[in-house]
Every structure is written in structure tokens, then in C-alpha cells.
Design a protein around this ligand. Structure first.
Ligand code: SAM
Ligand code: DTB
Ligand code: SF4
Length: 316
């Protein structure tokens, strides 16, 4: 059935007006929609694992894994299948429904494709949903990943097209959009979002949501990351994101993409419980769960369990 609340012809000025509503009007509007489309007391949990760490040739100014910056990470080659499966089992035992594997590549090469396919098959066998984030893909590689049973591909647009040039110079916004199209055309679910705290303005955040909401089909999953400030990267000294602006962005994403899962992604470790609770109220309904993100610390499992209990939120 056609749902008239899901539209992909948003104008930028419509979204700007919503973003700039009085705060209470905005989160009331987003929460109402959230309840219509989702169980407000349930959160989807994904666990992340870095299957190839560091040494990336790209120059993303936020990233610990770029070879261009001196950061304190342990560089690792592609991990053996066994290690990946052991961690996926653990994630499942801890309650995750999706296992997301990330690699510090500019793009996937065909040597690595077969290794990744084995990982997808193995993780899927455990009864977990699979997600990978491997950089740029070709049309053919997307089809191959789909054949191995991949459920989601994560590929973020990060910010507005204009501001993107200030964040990454080694690839273009159009490159990102192309990969997202190949993923969609191959029948894989799209996980695509951004980062707040790159030095962007509110208008860049609104433009990012504008692009995501107006894709032919909206992403099933929309991660909203708060920059994890990594020592050695150009963005280490960036100013903190205003918390209300962060919540406004979550609310806007919820209103513009009512059906999508909005993930409160990186950066939870530096948010207090009240901030996270407001994000959940405004429309976030997914998190990364587990002690580590890719290279950075995540909010601890013990802390998250306590928080979910306090808020009486169930996980799925
Ligand atoms: N190399 C692939 C790529 O960039 O598409 C996949 C891995 S990359 C680490 C996945 C995503 O993590 C990036 O697109 C970015 O949005 C996010 N990310 C990376 N470093 C981050 C940081 N320090 N804080 C917040 N998000 C970050
Ligand atoms: C996404 O949007 N956030 C995740 C995931 N997709 C792959 C990555 C966050 C990375 C945080 C910094 C780090 O661990 O290095
Ligand atoms: Fe490489 Fe991805 Fe990090 Fe950019 S975000 S430097 S592409 S690992």
C-alpha cells in the first residue's frame, strides 16, 4: 500500500522549516511519527567488527585508519575467517541481531571479494543479519555480494555535497552515490548516513537528510554518527556538536524517513544517558552494541544494559 507519509520529493526549504521548529514542536512531531511506524520501546542492536584495520589510502579527515595521519591504532591485515566467526558467535550470544564487518579499503578488490563472501556466508549461517562496509564497489561486485546472501551494505555520505570536499579529497560525493546505486540495484538493503562534528553547519546536516530522503528508495538504515575525535587526525580539535542540534538532526531524519531505522551510532560513549534517551524519543531506534566500534571505544555493554533497563527498552 502506498504510504503518503513516505515521500521522496522533499524540498530543502520544507526540511529547513521542520529543522527550525521550536524544539518541543519538532520532537513531538518526530515522536508521533516514530510511534506510527515503530515500537517506541524497542531498539535494534548491531555489533561491529573491523576485519581489516588501518593503512587506508583515502584522506577522510576524521578517520583513524587513513595512512596519511599518525594515529595510535594497530594496523591489521584481513582477519582469518575463524576469528570473524568466533566474534560473530559472541555478538549473537550477547543479543545482537546484525553483525557488521568493516574494512579500511578505498574500494573492494576481487582478491578480497572471495574472503568477504566466505565471511558473509559464515555469519549468516549463525542466524545473524549481515552488513559490510568495504569502500567503493563496482556493479558486478555488488551483485556478487548479494549472491552470497548479504543483507545490508553501509556506505555513508557523511555530510552535504558542498561540505564533503572539505572532508575528503580522494573521492567525490558522486562516487559515493554510485556505489549506493549499485548496492540498491543488486537488491541489498542500504545503510547510509553521516557524521556530525566535521565542522559543518546546520544547513549541511539538513542537506544530507535531504539527499538521503530523496533517494529513489530511502535507506533502510540511517546511521547518525557523532565525530569520534581521534588524536592525529585533522579533525581532532573540532568543536563539540551542540546537543540540541544533534537531536534536531535525528528528529529531522525520523520525519523525512519515517520507516527507516535511525541509528544512534558512533559517539555514544561521550553522551550522557539523558542525551541518549532524548535521541531515542526523537526517533533513533538502533545502536551499535559491543565494547568497540571499529577502532574506537563504544559505550560499554554493561552501561548499555543498565540504560536499557532504566528506560525499559527491549532490544531486537
Ligand atoms: N572504508 C570504508 C568507507 O569509508 O566507506 C568503510 C569503513 S569506514 C571507517 C565507515 C564509516 O565510519 C565512514 O564512512 C564514516 O562515516 C564512519 N567513521 C569513520 N571514522 C569515524 C569517526 N572518527 N567518527 C565518526 N564516524 C566515523
Ligand atoms: C557507521 O556509520 N558508523 C560505524 C559504521 N558505520 C561502520 C563506524 C564508526 C567508526 C567510529 C570510529 C572508529 O571506530 O574508528
Ligand atoms: Fe579509509 Fe573508510 Fe577511513 Fe576513509 S573512512 S580513511 S575510506 S577507512
Amino acid at each position: 500500500m502506498l504510504n503518503l507519509k513516505i515521500k521522496n520529493n522533499w524540498t530543502l526549504s520544507e526540511l529547513e522549516q521542520i529543522y527550525n521548529l521550536p524544539f518541543n514542536d519538532l520532537i513531538w512531531k518526530s515522536h508521533k511519527l516514530h510511534r506510527e511506524f515503530h515500537d517506541p520501546n524497542k531498539i535494534q542492536i548491531s555489533t561491529l567488527m573491523s576485519v581489516k584495520t588501518g593503512g587506508c589510502p583515502e584522506d577522510c579527515k576524521y578517520c583513524s585508519q587513513s595512512i596519511r595521519y599518525e594515529t595510535e591504532i594497530n594496523i591489521e591485515n584481513t582477519l582469518p575467517l575463524k576469528e570473524v566467526i568466533t566474534q560473530a558467535k559472541q555478538a549473537k550470544e550477547n543479543g545482537a541481531s546484525r553483525f557488521c564487518m568493516g574494512a579500511a579499503w578505498r574500494n573492494l578488490n576481487n582478491n578480497n571479494l572471495s574472503k568477504i563472501k566466505e565471511m558473509i556466508v559464515g555469519v549468516k549461517k549463525l542466524g545473524l543479519e549481515t552488513c559490510v562496509t568495504l569502500g567503493m564497489l563496482t556493479e558486478e561486485q555488488a551483485i556478487e555480494l548479494k549472491k552470497s546472501g548479504l543483507d545490508y551494505y553501509n556506505h555513508n555520505l557523511d555530510t552535504s555535497e558542498e561540505y564533503y570536499k572539505k572532508v575528503v579529497t580522494t573521492r567525490s560525493y558522486k562516487d559515493r552515490l554510485n556505489t549506493i546505486k549499485y548496492v540498491r540495484d543488486a537488491g541489498i538493503k542500504v545503510c547510509c548516513g553521516g557524521i556530525l562534528g566535521l565542522g559543518e553547519e546546520n544547513i549541511d546536516r539538513i542537506k544530507l537528510i535531504h539527499v538521503l530522503a530523496n533517494l529513489d528508495e530511502q535507506p533502510e538504515s540511517v546511521p547518525i554518527n557523532q565525530l569520534v575525535k581521534v588524536k592525529g587526525t585533522p579533525f581532532f580539535d573540532n568543536a563539540d556538536v551542540d546537543e540540541f542540534d544533534f537531536i534536531r538532526t535525528i528528529a529531522l531524519a525520523r520525519i523525512a524517513m519515517p520507516k527507516s531505522f535511525i541509528r544512534l551510532s558512533a559517539g555514544r560513549d561521550s553522551m550522557n544517558d539523558q542525551m541518549q534517551a532524548l535521541c531515542f524519543f526523537a526517533g533513533a531506534n538502533s545502536i551499535f552494541y559491543g565494547e568497540e566500534l571499529l577502532t574506537a571505544k563504544n559505550s560499554s555493554v554493561q552501561h548499555d544494559q543498565k540504560l536499557m533497563k532504566k528506560l525499559k527498552i527491549g532490544t531486537t
